[in-house]
Design a protein around this ligand. Structure first.
Ligand code: HEM
Length: 437
């Protein structure tokens, strides 16, 4: 296939998204139908789901950056060969991770449950990406727009926190539970911050292009958002070490920072949607629609995040489906919506040349199905979490009885999860058709 590497990353990301949701649907069905699809039990389907959707986030963000630098930022890549090697490493490692999960070969931790040796090609790929990125952007003489700073920070901190998340391999960390837990969870918190930098940078980039307003990415508000994001990345992990004895102020400080970051991002997109509304001709386009959806999801997630950060509520919600609602609400509602907006922006740009736009009607259907199902999916997870949290803390019922009480909410979760899968099929297959042409 003779496609630019940037587009190959995006195609791979979209395929990983579909496959990831497929495994998510299997894990969800296993919640309500014990013994369902026994060839792939929950302990295999869950990491397959999580790793593939995380791969979607990275692949779409990285593909976008490789595409935007030479095509829109007037910054030809320092090397055209390195992205190809990066892509080959990405595909090879991805396949090895899928095979090792299928064979039940684990050995890693949390998001990286695969055998730790596979971290080596991942690090190599990111070093190539980082080297090429910095060599390319250093050529820019004028002040950097905020998204170039955000992408640079995301690349650097990904490498830093990813390496940190493997410190448990050293006996100095492994032999001390507190030390190991602190470093482990701290690194995962900061890791999410590093991919948010890549995704939020992409959001600001796409908004700048859609609104044709260059001041957005050079504005004080954008840089405030960047510094808040950076502070969040460096300190906002504290709530991840909740059960490790630590001073309460660290936790409160961390929550405060993560909330302010979301508020500022919401404000930026809000400003953007006003600009877009004024320019009615561009408002109908798909990229703007996904960006507007991300805006709504920022506020919904912000409300949940604020609520679960209240200590009296947190005792009930900790470790329940509410944490999963928080994780999926933000990775689907915010990250995926922004990245789909970026994918469709690229598709619309490449199709301008051929004069054919994507099939807007099908995507429009997919858009509404995904967003309405996601809302009910999110609410049902929160409801299951409240039921489980309440009865666990009150200690009145057995585990079995609690599971029975959560069953109706989980059934709704599964049904709407299948709806998200169907909606995403419409969106992603339309995008792939255009990208393959
Ligand atoms: C873009 C789409 C999606 C993304 C980005 C996504 C992301 C995630 C993430 C990050 C987690 C880990 C949560 C945690 O560790 O707390 C997770 C777990 C999970 N997801 Fe998804 N998800 C997506 C779609 C779906 C769909 C459509 C379904 C159901 C049909 C689903 C079912 C599940 C299940 C069952 C779990 C495990 C929950 C648990 O362990 O209690 N996901 N997902």
């Amino acid at each position: 296939m003779n496609k630019p590497t940037s587009i190959l990353f995006i195609i791979t990301g979209l395929l990983a998204l579909l496959l990831g949701i497929f495994f998510g649907a299997i894990s969800a069905l296993q919640f309500i139908l014990p013994g369902f699809f026994e060839v792939l039990p929950f302990f295999k389907s869950r990491p397959l789901h999580v790793s593939l959707v995380v791969a979607w986030i990275f692949s779409a963000a990285v593909g976008g950056i490789y595409y935007y630098l030479p095509n829109h930022c007037n910054l030809p890549l320092y090397s055209k060969q390195l992205p190809r090697i990066h892509f080959a490493l990405f595909i090879l490692t991805g396949l090895l991770i899928i095979i090792s999960y299928m064979l039940g070969k684990f050995g890693g931790r949390e998001y990286w449950e695969f055998p730790p040796v596979l971290a080596i090609p991942i690090i190599m790929g990111w070093v190539l990406f980082g080297f090429n990125y910095f060599k390319t952007v250093m050529k820019k003489k004028e002040p950097w727009p905020v998204y170039l700073w955000m992408w640079a920070t995301g690349v650097f901190f990904f490498l830093f926190t990813f390496s940190e998340s493997y410190l448990w391999l050293l006996p100095y960390f492994r032999n001390n539970v507190i030390r190991e837990l602190t470093v482990q969870w701290k690194s995962y918190g900061a890791l999410v911050g590093s991919w948010n930098m890549l995704v939020y940078g992409t959001a600001i980039f796409v908004m700048e292009k859609l609104s044709n307003d260059k001041t957005v990415a050079l504005s004080r508000l954008s840089f405030l958002m960047y510094f808040l994001g950076l502070t969040n990345l460096m300190f906002g992990w504290a709530h991840h070490i909740y059960i490790v004895p630590s001073a309460p102020w660290i936790r409160h400080f961390a929550y405060f920072i993560s909330m302010t970051e979301l508020l500022i991002l919401g404000k930026l997109i809000w400003n953007f949607s006003h600009t877009i509304k004024q320019a009615k001709d561009t408002y109908g386009n798909i990229a703007s629609r996904f960006m507007a959806a991300a805006d709504v999801w920022i506020f919904i997630n912000l409300i949940l995040a604020l609520l679960i950060s209240i200590p009296a509520i947190n005792i009930y919600t900790h470790g329940t489906h509410i944490t999963v609602a928080h994780a999926m609400g933000s990775t689907i509602g915010i990250n995926t919506m922004i990245l789909l907006s970026s994918c469709f922006y690229i598709i619309e740009q490449t199709n301008k040349a051929t004069g054919s736009g994507p099939n807007n009607k099908l995507i429009g259907w997919g858009f509404w199905i995904v967003n309405s199902c996601l809302l009910v999916f999110f609410i049902s997870l929160v409801a299951a979490g409240i039921i489980k949290g309440y009865y666990t803390v009150e200690n009145e019922l057995s585990f079995q009885e609690i599971m029975q009480k959560t069953a109706p909410a989980l059934t709704v979760f599964v049904a709407t999860g299948l709806g998200i899968f169907a909606g995403m099929l419409l969106i992603v297959l339309s995008a792939l058709r255009k990208l393959f042409r």
